[in-house]
Design a protein around this ligand. Structure first.
Ligand code: GLY
Length: 317
């Protein structure tokens, strides 16, 4: 068996590519890196890689993480500027035993010294988004994007290896140096080939309070089925945050068990994700909330097209 699951509809073309190339059968890790790299390079996704929206100083600061579930090795970079593909650097860092989580200037230096491509990551389009926001009221609450956010991908290959990876530009207009859940092991991503893997998207500050990805894998370790593990972990965090802080941000997770079955949970309406496996072509699902219950709906072709049209629409200042 092999399987892949990715957050948001934005993972579709990238997962489709690695499925076609058979990468996902052979090597979960390189399938994840290839898929996330493609998403980082697509400038119309404004929450990942090139085209990602900047912080309040108009600097694009990127985070990425990667974990190998066979060895528990992980690598991550945070608040890094001018590196074209953060996921590649996170993957390279997962080969290091120490100094595998690097921040800002140190992460950039590692990337440069290891020959990773540099690039000014502020796209003209992202600059327009920034200038538009500057004309609007400044004091708006920082929220995850509507309809997309961090890309998080979990994969299982035919050798039985499970891996997880993430990449994000974090919250639009965040403070310089702000880091969310995506590069934080156990929060944005976690993988253990004996049990399963999980990745998260949404408000990093709240996701980190539950170490949500680690929590899901712990429930899998207890033998809880993957859908139940996701629902249970997410609901528990949602309720705890509501009780303790009186509010809760957007929280969504995707997971695979060691047999390639998927689980998903969210506290928002219309969370989308992509799943593909040996027995299923890449499919985009929408998660609908009906009377507090979660229902999965396969996205229509019209919805898939509208999504891209909206992302690629002209920006008027
Ligand atoms: N989940 C992405 C972030 O909070 O930065």
């Amino acid at each position: 068996m092999w399987a892949m699951i990715g957050t948001w509809r934005m993972a579709l073309e990238a997962i489709d590519q690695v499925v076609k190339s058979d990468e996902c059968k052979k090597d979960a890790g390189s399938a994840i890196v290839k898929a996330i790299k493609q998403i980082e390079d697509f400038e119309y996704f404004k929450s990942v890689g090139y085209g990602g929206l900047p912080n309040e100083d108009m600097d694009v600061e990127l985070d990425a993480g990667y974990m190998n579930g066979d060895t528990l090795a992980f690598g991550a970079i945070m608040a890094v500027r001018d590196i074209k593909n953060p996921i590649e650097v996170a993957y390279a860092l997962s080969k290091e035993y120490t100094s595998c989580l690097l921040a800002s200037a140190g992460a950039s230096r590692f990337a440069r010294n290891h020959g990773f491509q540099q690039k000014d990551m502020l796209s003209p389009r992202a600059k327009l988004h920034y200038l538009k926001r500057m004309k609007e009221e400044r004091q708006v609450e920082l929220k995850p994007y509507i309809g997309h956010d961090t890309v998080g991908i979990c994969a299982l290959d035919e050798k039985g290896s499970l891996c997880a990876g993430t990449s994000t530009s974090g919250l639009f207009m965040k403070k310089a140096g702000r880091v969310g859940d995506s590069p934080i092991l156990g929060s944005g991503y976690y993988a253990d080939s004996d049990y399963g893997c999980c990745s998260a998207t949404g408000l990093g500050e709240d996701l980190m309070k539950g170490c949500i990805s680690f929590q899901v894998v712990e429930l899998l370790k207890q033998g809880i089925p993957v859908q139940e593990a996701c629902s249970q972990a997410l609901q528990a965090l949602h309720d705890r945050l509501l009780r303790k802080q009186g509010k809760v941000g957007d929280l969504s997770i995707v997971a695979l068990d060691k047999n390639g079955n998927f689980g998903v949970a969210t506290n928002i309406d219309n969370f989308s994700f992509v799943y593909a496996s040996k027995t299923q072509a890449p499919t985009v699902y929408l998660v609908k909330k009906q009377n507090g219950k979660m229902e999965l709906e396969v996205a229509s072709q019209q919805w898939l097209n509208d999504y891209l049209t909206t992302r690629m629409a002209a920006i008027e200042l």
